[in-house]
Ligand binder design. Structure first.
Ligand SMILES: Nc1ncnc2c1ncn2[C@@H]1O[C@H](COP(=O)(O)OP(=O)(O)OP(=O)(O)O)[C@@H](O)[C@H]1O
Ligand SMILES: [Mg+2]
Length: 246
């Protein structure tokens, strides 16, 4: 079945975000419409300051739009209360921050287990899941280290494990490969890709065409607006001379 026939996991409707007011007003997003379906991985590219992180934080319920709507699995999250939003974020949304945002006082395993424990599963089960997610990121040996005892790339992989633990339906990743060497970056992308192939919807911000090539679709932002979209199948057919298969 075509993914287009299913309800999108994420729908952004005429989203705007203005930071500040008066002379310092910045129009970070100007009327964004975007749907991401189950199984889809979308790459967002664009110059520094074009609104990529703003788009992701609003899609993840971490910031509010100035106008417009954000639907996650059909629920308008801008209309949810604080508790409802927090619960939806823990259950449905995995978020990889541009600067990792690990909790310094918790070990790698505790950081990864935290969202699951907050969601009410037993500490023991949460730890088992956390260790499995860390092992997937090749970090099994570092489970009991604190963030300041790990390299930047290792912290980034812990942050990715935390976003993927517990089968979230929507995975949002802001430059998830920023601190990684290219081989580790590719393995992170392969993991994101397999999560989407299993039915999740994903958006990742990246500056690297090599990593964007893992996505089904690339969305280009400039000055807060979508200026171009490319299907991977379009690019493939240009390269191979064959008609798009999708
Ligand atoms: N809290 C804020 N207050 C005021 N302006 C902000 C705030 N956050 C972002 N902006 C502005 O909004 C615009 C978009 O910022 P955003 O962080 O979304 O860009 P970006 O595409 O993620 O850039 P980068 O590639 O450098 O991470 C920029 O002009 C930025 O200065
Ligand atoms: Mg950014």
């Amino acid at each position: 079945m075509s993914t287009q026939q299913q309800q999108p996991v994420l729908s952004l409707r005429n989203l705007t975000r203005v930071h500040g007011s008066g002379a310092t007003e910045v129009h970070a997003l100007r009327g964004i419409d975007l749907d991401v379906h189950p199984g889809e991985l979308v790459a967002v590219m664009g110059p520094s300051g074009s609104g990529k992180s703003t788009l992701l934080t609003i899609a993840g319920g971490l910031d509010n739009p100035t106008s417009g709507q954000v639907f996650v699995e059909g629920t308008d999250i801008t209309a949810l209360g604080v508790n409802g939003l927090a619960a939806l974020r823990r259950r449905s949304i995995g978020y990889v921050f541009q600067d990792y945002n690990l909790i310094p006082a918790l070990t790698a395993a505790e950081n990864v287990a935290l969202p699951r424990e907050l969601d009410g599963i037993s500490a023991r089960k949460a730890r088992t899941e956390a260790l499995a997610a860390l092992a997937e990121m090749d970090l099994g040996q570092l489970a009991d280290r604190f963030p300041d005892e790990m390299s930047g790339g290792q912290q980034q992989r812990v942050a990715i494990a935390r976003a993927l633990v517990g089968d979230r339906r929507l995975v949002l990743a802001d430059e998830p490969t920023g601190a990684l060497d290219s081989e580790t970056g590719e393995s992170v992308l392969a993991l994101l890709r397999s999560r989407c192939d299993a039915g999740a919807a994903g958006i990742m911000v990246t500056h690297e065409p090599r990593f964007a090539a893992w996505a089904d679709r690339v969305v280009f932002l400039r000055d807060g607006a979508v200026v171009d979209q490319t299907l991977r199948s379009d690019a493939d057919s240009l390269l191979t001379g064959r008609a798009a298969q999708r």
